[in-house]
Design a protein around this ligand. Sequence first.
Ligand SMILES: [Zn+2]
Ligand SMILES: [Zn+2]
Length: 402
Amino acid sequence: MSAASSSSSAVFEGLLDAGRQLESELVAFRRDLHRNPELSLQESETAAKVAAELRALGYEVRTGMGAHGMIADLIGPVAGPTVALRADMDALPIQEETGLPFASEKAGVMHACGHDAHTTMLLGAARLLAEQKDKLRGRVRFIFQSAEEINAGARLMVEAGVLDGVDEIYGLHNLPTLAAGKVATRFGSLMGSVDRIDIALEGKGGHGAIPDQTIDPVVAGSAIVMGLQTAVSREISPFSPVVVTIGKLHAGDAYNVIPHRAELTGTIRTFHPDVQRTMQERIERLAGSIAEAYRCKAKVTYTEMSPVLVSTDACVAHVEQVTDALIGRDNRVEAAPTLAGEDFAIYLQQVPGCFFWLGSGPQEGAEQAFGLHHPKFTLHEECLPLGASLLAAVALKRLSAG
Ligand SMILES: [Zn+2]
Ligand SMILES: [Zn+2]
């Protein structure tokens, strides 16, 4: 608390306490979502529950934005900027194995990324901020989006106009490898870009014992898998992280037949927008020329799914200042970069903002929790009230006079 002035310190302490008082309600809401997960673009029941909660708090809610997304605005008495806070609502096609009493009741669907917690925290923030409405100089926009896991929701929300009039946007993600009660921030790039590649190879099939009468797309495809790695090792600075992963390679049905076709699908991750922009040419050139060397035809489809997630310096500094005032400098660490993707990056392409990590794991020294997207993923629910308070504080501090 040392860095904060006494008046803002009082505001923050109030928010922290008010968040803690909501803990049992937040936990109950999150467990209900956890029991009833919905896949990307199918979050209709989740959205209905969120909209009902917002309306009960007095919000006017615009639903049906970008699939099942919605926005609600809190407008202060004095005009000023608009700060958006965002949460995601979708679950993953994973069979839960936690054995928790509130485990998923839907076979093969699980909140294994903690979006149930994010949604709950943002609702908590909506409640905390509604009580502070008179202090706002400007507007807070709450954005609940569909389909983060398939990199579709944020784009749909932007197309639906949710950023119209928004000056800054903030969002968080829980992090099970960071102890609950802590926050991790990072200036600049935080998460990688996500692109997809699909390579269709056309050869000429035939008898597995007479290769000279065929054009073998399996050998060409294998060479492409290996060759693509040289885009990383020979063409890009070793100080610029890039991952090329072929996750799927499909060809043939029989051990003694050379097939006509092979299909390769993979993902490209980069950490710098200028490197991401070069990847399509590299992949098309390498795949195309290697296929040609093996007498195959290659059709390369390159799809940009989400950009590098780059926070705005001033907004990162703002989150750090608010975090330090709320939980103390000792509880904030520098976030390690990751090439995992997050479609929050799409909002950050449009407006300034900051994305940060909220610890949801066990305390240091305890046995480590299972990670995001794991069938045994769990989170420490004490992160729920803190997340709610933190989001509320980020908006309130930005929009309050002091
Ligand atoms: Zn995820
Ligand atoms: Zn996630």
